[in-house]
Design a protein. Structure first.
Length: 327
């Protein structure tokens, strides 16, 4: 059964496109039609007509436009221009804004002209943009809507593989709850080139799956690939702290300080984990000094809570530390 709402919107847009109406209003109606029926080719045909007949007017709407209708139109106009990277990026942006709509069911998104030209890096960045607005993508509906993305990933990386791009695509699949597919992309990335970033992504995927030991193993492999990376030392320290091994957590944070001795997060973590393990007042004092420099209030509060649970710490220091908590 045809979608009457989509048909009405397409009809209005067609009238505006052929009768000198406002291109912005035509685009708005076309966006409504596409949202109602993303796979229906009629809306794209009207947009193609508008691009052919009034390119300057339509360019004025889509170039630099930030509204969802403008960015949606930009995705298809970029396809018509042959600018497949911009087409992909715009598709990622509208998906991030409204992931409840199957925008990627658009016929052009699976077209060989698109898949044969879009770069792996642009498609990966587009995938990352689907997460820009913080929507929860882990649902059966989203796993269905992401199918065209997975097909695009397969087509693009088969001919133009790039390890970093594959790992970034894997992050999107992880966000959608597709753990096995995410890990498979990480394996494909390793087949191209072993890089630290892939192991970090793999670690995050194992975390989502609830497999702490495999997560730690991935972080450790990442550290072998980039031993001077202080952030990896901190990641591992935080994991060991979650497991209750505060001695190892303090050691790992201390190792990170060898590479980046001025980093506030490392200094705070090392002090907090030592204080939790040994109850040394000097370590809690160091945390009190450094904690205000931490940009993430939740992480700051976590470190303070852990440190304050250390054995035998003086009451006045505990009160001072707890007074630094955000909530």
């Amino acid at each position: 059964m045809p979608n009457t709402s989509a048909s009405a919107s397409v009809g209005l847009a067609r009238v505006m496109a052929h009768c000198g109406g406002d291109p912005a209003e035509a685009v708005r109606h076309l966006a409504a039609a596409i949202a109602a029926a993303p796979s229906d080719p009629e809306s794209y045909a009207v947009l193609a007509d508008l691009w052919r007949d009034r390119p300057d007017g339509l360019a004025g709407v889509v170039d630099g436009g930030t509204s969802l209708p403008a960015v949606l139109a930009l995705s298809y106009v970029s396809f018509l221009r042959g600018d497949m990277d911009t087409a992909a990026l715009a598709m990622g942006s509208v998906t991030g804004a409204r992931p409840d709509v199957a925008w990627a069911d658009a016929p052009w998104f699976g077209d060989d002209r698109f898949l044969g030209s879009v770069s792996a890096d642009a498609l990966a960045e587009a995938a990352m943009r689907t997460m820009d607005h913080g929507h929860d993508l882990d649902s059966d509906g989203m796993r269905e809507r992401v199918r065209p993305w997975r097909a695009a990933f397969d087509a693009v990386v088969a001919g133009r593989p790039a390890a970093q791009a594959l790992a970034r695509m894997a992050i999107m699949l992880r966000a959608c709850g597709l753990v096995e597919a995410s890990l498979e992309l990480c394996d494909r990335a390793d087949a191209v080139e072993r890089v630290m970033f892939t192991e970090v992504v793999r670690a995050g995927t194992w975390r989502k799956a609830g497999d702490t030991e495999r997560m730690v193993a991935a972080f450790e492999r990442a550290l072998v690939l980039d031993p001077a990376n202080w952030s990896l030392h901190l990641d591992l320290a935080d994991v060991r702290a979650e497991q209750g091994d505060f001695a190892e957590a303090a050691r790992l944070a201390g190792e990170g300080l060898r590479h980046e001795p001025a980093e506030p997060a490392l200094r705070a973590a090392a002090a907090a984990y030592r204080a939790r393990h040994t109850g040394a007042p000097a370590d809690l004092s160091t945390l009190i000094e450094v904690a205000p420099l931490l940009p993430n209030p939740a992480y700051r509060d976590l470190l303070i809570d852990l440190a304050c649970a250390g054995p035998g710490l003086p009451a006045e220091l505990l009160a001072t530390a707890r007074g630094l908590r955000a909530g």
